[in-house]
Design a protein around this ligand. Structure first.
Ligand code: PLP
Length: 410
C-alpha cells in the first residue's frame, strides 16, 4: 500500500515516526497491535461520538449483517435513516445516501451546477471537501481568481472552474461573485481541516445573504459538524440554513457512509427523478444504515452534547494555560466537542494565519504525548475530538501529560 496506509494522514508524515496499528477500541481508549492503551482524541476523525464499540450501534450493525451484507435494492432502514436526518435538519427535505464525504461533495457540486445552469464554484482556502478533482485546488500566486491543481493528476481544465476565497472574509467572496456567474459557494461552516477555525460572527449569515443576492447556492459541508455540534449540525448551531448540505464521517457511526440533501425543489433534479446522474452500487448499504440510524436514534435517548462540550472546554482551557505558562505563543480554537491547540500563533482565523503555526513543535508534542499513551491527531492541522465515553479522568490525565511534555519540548 502506498506509504503503508489507505489514507495519507494516517502515515504520521507530518509528525514523524510510524503509525500505530490498531487492534481494537473501547470507550475512550484504543489499543494497538502491541497491546498498548491510549486515550483516543482522533475518534476515527470524528464519527465516534458515543465512544468506541458502543453497544447499541455495534448490535444494530451486527443484527443487520446477519440478515445479509448488501442487496442492491431498497430497504426499510434507508427510509428510516432518511426520515431521521430530515427530522433533525430543517433545510433537508430530501436526501440521497452515498458512501463517503467525497462522494457527497462531488454530487452536491454537480447538483448545484445543474440547478443554477452555471459552471463555476467558490471554495475557501484551507477548507477540505474530500478528494474530488475540482476541490483539489490551491490559490495561485497573485490574483485570488487564479487556481492551480493542488495534486498531481488533476486537470487544469477542471480547476479553472473553481475559485478560491479566504475563510472569514466576506469581501473576498463578493469580489468573486461580482465577476463571475457562480453556481455555488461551498464552505465548512466550522473549518476543521486546517485545525479548528471558527466562523467569525456574521460570516455564515453574510454568505447566505451574498448567495441570495447573486442567485448562487450555498453548500454547507457538514461532514464534520453534522450531528457533532448538535443534532441539526452547524445550521442549527448558528441559525443559518444552507441550500444543499453534505454529510459523511459522523453520519455512519463508524461505517462508510455519506449523504447529501436539501430542498425538494433542488433534490428532485437527481436521477431517477431528474436529469442529474448520480448512483452507487453499495449506496444505502444495510449495515451502514443500521449503524448510522442507531447512532442518530441514540441522540434522542441521551443528551450527549452537554457532556462532550463541558469536557472539551476543560481540555481546551487546560491546554492553553499549560502552553502559555511554558511561555509558548499559542492559541486554542474550540467549539462543542472539537478543538485545536496551535503552537507559535496567537490567532487562527483563516488559512494564512494557521499556516504560520509551529508544526515542528507540534510534531515533538505529538510524539511526547504518544509516549504518554495519549493519541492525538498526527498533524497540527487537524481537530481533537471528544466522545461521550471520555471522562473527567481522561482529561485530567491528558492535561498532566501535556504539562510534562510541553515543558520538555519547548
Ligand atoms: C473528511 C471530510 C470530507 C471527505 O470525506 P471522506 O469520507 O474522507 O471522503 C469532506 N468534507 C469534510 C469537511 C471533511 O472533513
Amino acid at each position: 500500500m502506498p506509504g503503508g496506509v489507505n489514507s495519507p494522514v494516517r502515515a504520521f508524515k507530518a509528525v514523524g515516526g510510524n503509525p500505530l496499528f490498531i487492534d481494537r477500541a473501547e470507550g475512550s481508549k484504543i489499543y494497538d497491535a502491541d497491546g498498548n492503551e491510549y486515550i483516543d482524541y482522533v475518534c476515527s476523525w470524528g464519527p465516534i461520538i458515543f465512544g468506541h464499540n458502543n453497544a447499541a450501534i455495534r448490535d444494530a450493525a451486527t443484527i443487520a449483517a446477519q440478515k445479509g451484507m448488501s442487496f442492491g435494492a431498497p430497504t426499510e432502514a434507508e427510509v428510516k435513516l432518511a426520515e431521521k436526518i430530515i427530522s433533525y435538519v430543517p433545510s433537508v427535505e430530501m436526501v440521497r445516501m452515498v458512501n463517503s464525504g467525497t462522494e457527497a461533495v462531488m454530487s452536491a457540486l454537480r447538483l448545484a451546477r445543474a440547478y443554477t445552469g452555471r459552471q463555476k464554484v467558490i471554495k475557501f482556502e484551507g477548507c477540505y471537501h474530500g478528494h474530488a478533482d475540482s476541490m483539489l485546488v490551491k490559490a495561485g500566486s497573485g490574483a485570488l481568481t487564479l487556481c492551480e491543481p493542488d495534486s498531481a493528476g488533476v486537470s487544469e481544465n477542471i480547476t479553472q472552474d473553481t475559485l478560491v476565497a479566504s475563510y472569514n472574509d466576506l469581501a473576498s467572496v463578493e469580489e468573486l461573485l461580482k465577476k463571475k456567474n457562480i453556481a455555488c459557494v461551498i464552505v465548512e461552516p466550522v473549518a476543521a481541516n486546517m485545525g479548528v477555525v471558527l466562523p467569525k460572527e456574521g460570516f455564515l449569515k453574510g454568505l447566505k445573504e451574498l448567495c441570495g443576492t447573486y442567485g448562487t447556492l450555498l453548500i454547507f459541508d457538514e461532514v464534520i459538524t453534522g450531528f457533532r455540534l448538535c443534532k441539526g449540525g452547524a445550521q442549527e448551531y448558528y441559525g443559518v440554513l444552507a441550500d444543499i448540505v453534505t454529510y459523511g464521517k459522523i453520519i455512519g457511526g463508524g461505517m462508510p457512509l455519506g449523504a447529501y440533501g436539501g430542498k425538494k425543489e433542488i433534490m428532485e433534479l437527481v436521477a431517477p427523478s431528474g436529469p442529474v446522474y448520480q448512483a452507487g452500487t453499495l449506496s444505502g448499504n444495510p449495515i451502514a444504515m443500521a449503524a448510522g440510524l442507531a447512532q442518530l436514534e441514540a441522540l434522542e435517548q441521551q443528551d450527549i452534547y452537554a457532556h462532550i462540550d463541558k469536557l472539551c472546554e476543560k481540555l481546551a482551557k487546560g491546554l492553553l494555560e499549560i502552553a502559555q505558562n511554558c511561555g509558548i505563543k499559542s492559541c486554542v480554537n474550540r467549539i462543542g466537542s472539537l478543538c485545536s491547540l496551535f503552537f507559535g500563533i496567537e490567532n487562527a482565523y483563516d488559512y494564512k494565519s494557521v499556516k504560520k503555526a509551529d508544526t515542528e513543535l507540534y510534531a515533538k508534542y505529538f510524539r511526547g504525548m504518544l509516549d504518554e499513551n495519549v493519541y492525538l491527531a498526527p498533524s497540527q492541522f487537524e481537530a481533537m475530538f471528544i466522545s461521550y465515553a471520555h471522562t473527567e479522568k481522561d482529561i485530567d490525565k491528558t492535561l498532566e501529560s501535556a504539562e510534562k511534555i510541553i515543558e520538555q519540548v519547548v
